[in-house]
Design a protein around this ligand. Sequence first.
Ligand SMILES: [Mn+2]
Length: 195
Amino acid sequence: MRTAKITRKTAETEISVEVNLDGSGMYDMQTGIGFFDHMLDQLARHSLIDMTIRAKGDLHIDDHHTVEDTGIALGQALAQALGDKKGIRRYGACLLPMDDALVRCALDLSARPFLVWNVDLPTAKIGTFDTELVREFFQALSTHGGITLHVDALHGFNSHHIAEAVFKSVARALREAVETDPRKADAIPSTKGAL
Ligand SMILES: [Mn+2]
């Protein structure tokens, strides 16, 4: 079973993440941050990875620690569920439109964390959510999931649409990358023999 459960506790946050890579996109998110839950719902729904996330963070300060640490725990859960990565497609890409927004994601489950981020969110806030936290989340996911992650927002003027298109685009690319390739289901997809 390609599943994992991670719990992570610090002085700032307490987080639990459960994932099933071979799920159907079921989700149950409770982070205390409405907009972030809405984005995490998109990530699960469009990756077809089942995700249950509980986060209790120091929201009386701001949302930063909770968002970043959720990215860390989700990255760790994905890496653990992927195991030795035998049989996976490894690469995924998606060009995703949402109204005015057009976002391109390309990723490699390489175990070589690298984030290339060309996403301009034109407002500082979406509701009460700091838009700069979108990057913080994906930086943490990339680092702790071992993901080479390229995200480019090619068009868009509405911050909610751009952010949502980013999450959906990454989700779609993840769906492709974690899937088993039936032509090579028994092999690790690298000439090195390891990922
Ligand atoms: Mn929305």
